[in-house]
Design a protein around this ligand. Structure first.
Ligand SMILES: Nc1ncnc2c1ncn2[C@@H]1O[C@H](COP(=O)(O)OP(=O)(O)O)[C@@H](O)[C@H]1O
Ligand SMILES: [Mg+2]
Length: 363
């Protein structure tokens, strides 16, 4: 798929922008703080209805503005579509999602039109950071692939919020009976989340070694992933979680939080069978991170039948020449937008278009 046009209005440091990237490689060059990542963030907003870096939508509204909007026109084999997002400063006004000019009632309805994979410096945290980053990686990947996952996750998270709120009430009132209904809902809603995450980790694991070795230039390292979940593959997720919630009820009430469930899952990563976090070098962590994103491209491409857009935010400068050249080879037949501060970072790439970004102006 291709991004034909991106329009921004009062988005971060952009007052007004119309950006029409070519189908090959575009480079956005500019100093720190120029607005390069902001532009990639706007594309991501059109992909999943949210930023890749903030949970607070209002951060994206240009200071002193009441509202911001982003519209992306994309070409797929099936035709041309336009999706848009409008965000308001006032809490009472909801975020509006547009598909082909019409407001749609749910965010999920925009999913599938714009498909992108973002490489960013913070990706290193997927490998070396907390489980939350790995869950976010999985959740974003699965949501891009499958609207029904996005809805299932939303349902689960809402039920979890309600159960946690109720735990606070129960801690005071002592009436735990009301928890029964939420235990049941949470267990039921966890099922698609657990099953789809498990399948995704399996699929990623099958792809990861190939990309890892391709980037590192060796072929003797095996990079594998395992879904780490209290509920085993052979368990029925609903029954098992229901049982665990019952067991942990007293603790949950005391702590006023839910101990078990997919919100506590993790993705374990192994290099040649050893936990990557325990020993991996910075270079190995970087390679593993790239392998995860490259595997994500494979999965999206095979599900959607078309390649996603690649967004490379400041990642080339961090790579040694060998890995950089390897990564650049992936951009051959795929629309790519790269940000950098220095043309030196791009040695080996053949951009179709180099644009300068300065104070929210691209030219
Ligand atoms: N809501 C906002 N309104 C106006 N400017 C913003 C907003 N959010 C961030 N900025 C500005 O955007 C710039 C950072 O843009 P960014 O895309 O992250 O830079 P870089 O080019 O280094 O990737 C900073 O100058 C910051 O002040
Ligand atoms: Mg940046």
């Amino acid at each position: 798929m291709y991004l034909l046009k991106l329009r921004l209005h009062n988005f971060r440091n952009y007052r007004q922008l119309s950006f029409t990237p070519p189908k090959g490689v575009t480079v956005l060059m500019g100093e720190n703080g120029a607005g390069k990542t902001n532009l990639l963030e706007a594309i991501h907003l059109c992909c999943l209805g949210k930023s890749h870096r903030t949970n607070n939508d209002r951060d994206m509204i240009c200071v002193e503005s009441e509202t911001c909007a982003v519209h992306a026109t994309v070409e797929r084999e099936l035709g041309i579509n336009e999706v848009g997002v409008r965000i308001y400063q006032k809490q009472a006004q909801k975020k509006l999602i547009y598909v082909n000019g019409k407001i749609v009632p749910r965010i999920g309805e925009m999913i599938g039109y714009v498909s992108c994979v973002m490489f960013s410096p913070e990706d290193l945290d997927i490998v070396k950071g907390s489980p939350q980053g790995r869950r976010k990686y999985l959740d974003m990947l699965l949501s891009k692939c499958d609207r029904s996952y996005f809805y299932a996750l939303q349902r689960y998270q809402q039920a979890l919020k309600q159960r946690n709120a109720l735990l606070k009430v129960v801690a005071k009132s002592g009436n735990a009976k009301q928890l029964d209904v939420w235990d049941e809902q949470l267990s039921q809603y966890s099922k698609p989340v657990i099953i789809k995450r498990r399948n995704a980790v399996e699929a990623l694991s099958q792809l990861a070694t190939k990309h890892y070795n391709n980037i590192s230039g060796k072929n003797d390292e095996e990079f594998t992933l395992e879904y780490n979940c209290r509920i085993n593959e052979t368990d029925s997720p609903e029954e098992k979680l229901f049982e665990l919630l019952k067991q942990s009820r007293e603790d949950d009430i005391r702590r006023q939080s839910t101990t078990y469930g997919p919100h506590r899952d993790d993705m374990d990563m192994y290099l040649c069978g050893i936990d990557i976090k325990a020993f991996a070098s910075q270079g190995q962590i970087r390679t593993a991170t790239l392998a995860l994103r490259l595997s994500e491209i494979d999965i999206l491409s095979s599900i959607q039948g078309e390649k996603p857009i690649l967004l490379l935010d400041d990642v080339l400068s961090e790579l040694d020449e060998f890995r950089r050249v390897r990564l650049i080879q992936y951009m051959k037949d795929i629309q790519t937008i790269i940000t950098c501060t220095d043309m030196e970072d791009l040695r080996g790439a053949k951009p179709e278009c180099v644009l300068r970004v300065k104070n929210g102006i691209v030219g």
